[in-house]
Each structure stands twice: as C-alpha cells, then as structure tokens.
Design a protein around this ligand. Sequence first.
Ligand SMILES: [Zn+2]
Length: 440
Amino acid sequence: MPFSGENMTSTVYRADRIFDGERVLTEHAVLVDDKRIVDVVPLSDVASDLPVEEHAGCTLLPGLIDTHMHFMGWQGAVFLAYGVTTIRDTGNDLSWILQCREEWRQRDWPRIISLGPLLDGTPPNHDQVARAVSDTDSAVAAVTETAAAGVDGIKLYASIAAEWIEPMVEASHAAGLKASMHCLPHGVLVAARAGIDEFYHLDGILADVWPDRPPGWLNVWGDPGFDQTWDRQQEVADTLATTEIVSTPTLAYWDSQWRIRVEGPYPQERRYMPDDLFEWSSATPDAELGAMWRRAWEAALAFQGLLNERGVPTLAGSDTPCGGILPGQSLWRELQLLVATGLSSRQALTCATSAAADFLDRPELGRLREGAHADLVIVGGDPTEAIPDQPDVRVVVRDGVRYNPDELLRPADTLDSTWRDEPWGRQFAQHGEKRRAQGD
Ligand SMILES: [Zn+2]
C-alpha cells in the first residue's frame, strides 16, 4: 500500500534497521497513524511527498514488555524513558493497581497488565500486596473473586500449600486466565503437573534437583555442592520441556544481589530511584554474601541455559524494583543476561516483545505490524547484535504519544514522596524497618 501525504496524522519512522518482533528488516519504514501502526513496508513503497523521520545509526523496535514487576507511580516515566511501553504487574494491592490500569493513558506511564495481589498462605510474605488464604476453599475463592475483579492473570505466591495449587489453577482456567507461580517450597515439577502456566525466578527447582538439601535456599543455591545436581537439573529440564510451562527467570534480580554488594549499583539506580526505597529494597556492600549470591546467580544462569536448549519458552521480566534495580534499565539487563544463558540477541528481544505478547494473549502488542498499537522505541546502535545494559534510547512512542527520554527522567530527589503511601511503598518501609531491627 503506497502511503500518501494526504493523511496528515501519519508519521513515517525510518532507522538503519527494524526489528519487527521476529525479524530484522533493512530499507523499510514504519507508518504510524495516530494510535495504530498502519504497516511496515519497503522504502520504495513510501510516497515521496510524505515526510520521513530519519534515525541514522539507530534500530527501531516494538515497545518493550516487562513481564514481571511491581508498580509504583514514580516508575511509570522511567519505564517509558527506557522504551518499556507495557508492564505486567505481578503482585500489588488489587484496587490500587486496577485504578492505575485505568489511568495509564492520562499519565506518563506504560500500559498496565495486572495479576492483582499475591495469593499467598497465612501469614502472607508481603501483607500490603497479598491476599492470604488458609485452605482449599479460601484459595479457590480468592482466585474466583480476583478474576471477577477483572485482573489479567492469577499469581500464586510462595506460601501456597502444594495441594491447593491444582484447584487454584482449575479456577483460574475456568475464568479464562493463566496461572503463574513463585514455586519456592514445593518445586516446579509439582506446579507444572498441577497445570501452572508460568513459573518465576527459577529458585523453586531446588526442591526438584536436591531433595535432601541443607536448610535454607540462598546458601543452597550458592553452595559449591549445587554443581553435583547437574545431572538431575538436566532431567528436571527434560521434564519441564514436556509440559507447556513458561519460565520467567528474572535474572536481573539475581544479578543485582551480587552486583550491588560487590561492585555497587549502577549510577542510574541511585540517580533515579528514591533513596529510602533503594535502601529498603537493595543490598549493602558485603563481599562474602555477595560471593554466595554470585555463585547462586551463575547456577541460575546455567539452569536457564538448560531450559533454552530444550526450547522451554522464556519471558523477560526484571522484578523491578526488588533488589534496588531501576525500571526499564533492568529489563535491558535482563535481555543481556538471557544472552548470557545462550540465546541470541534477537531471541532475547523476542522474550520482551513477540513471545511476551503471545503468552499474554495480546496480539496487538510486541510486534510492528498492521493494526498493532503504536508502541515503538528507537535506540542508537544495534541491539539485535549486542544488547546494551545502558541503552541509548532516542525516541519512545507509546500508544501514539511521542516521548523524549531525557524529558521523562527526573532525578529521584525531585520526586514527591507520595510513593511512600502506595502499597509497595508501605511494604518496603515495613521490610526496611525489620532489616534495621535485625541489624542487617
Ligand atoms: Zn516479583
């Protein structure tokens, strides 16, 4: 379809290359008309009377999707500045996050997908952002009522008893929703057999690969003896590959736990994240603990590598702001770490674009194609060959609204303090006080 200059609301974007969510195209352009992508076409098909916005030396990508994060209002602009135009909140206060999901268009925020609260056992691990259940009936009722409130998926948290998982999954699926889980105590195989669609953070495989492990979990992941479970890890990966389960490993969180302790935070993590929140949610320098986390992180990367080799689908999620990591930047770091587990840069990019959209059943996201939402990001350099952890984002378009990243980023000391009254602000304050009381 030749484009014509008569359509004055149109914008044609051109860069050295386009990653459309699956393929890399050169000598092509993206035509955006208001809130929708009209098409991606060869340059020769663009009418010569139409002005073209040129970005030499750049790559044009679909707006990125962070599939695991916990929202606070201050994060919205930071996500956009890094080219993240959709976020999936994986645990928050139900009415608060649904209100945010209503408002995203009026704010400088990405579009929001919500799993509602963490459905957890009693007492819940994070009481400000959880709904606690105590038996099968209350667990199923929590799923049904959360679904009826209009969430986009269901999240089971780490204190859910093993025997509640299957009825909760059935209730989720009956409501037309996928069920995702942080499988820490019971193992991932139990969850996969119960029909869980997606597992978070990888840490749950401990119960599967090392049944007679020592107490604790970080020390076990970071135990030099963990290597001896390598054969069993391969068997567990083989079994997971026979199921439909998807892995969202949040490697950026694992990474933060050794990096911040040993090397210190990225300057951006300190500049754009509120001081108290950074302190409450992140690590203090500690070489010994950092070294244990580093071994655990390496073990997690290796297991994710086994899943990649077997074709287990993977989504990119950061777990922002846990670990003191910055919205948006941490998703680029996640993509870089997925490359460290054996994916190509292009495959890693699909984990935050087309593969994420497919899992979320949102065909209008994650791809540059006719009819998709006008969500795109223009980045200096070529992330399809090498993912940067500090991307040079030039332009972000979210739902047809064009943003300059420099205007979105505000130093943390200029933010107002209303984040303290938000659900995760209260939650981190609680955890921070507990840590202070324990002298951590
Ligand atoms: Zn999380």
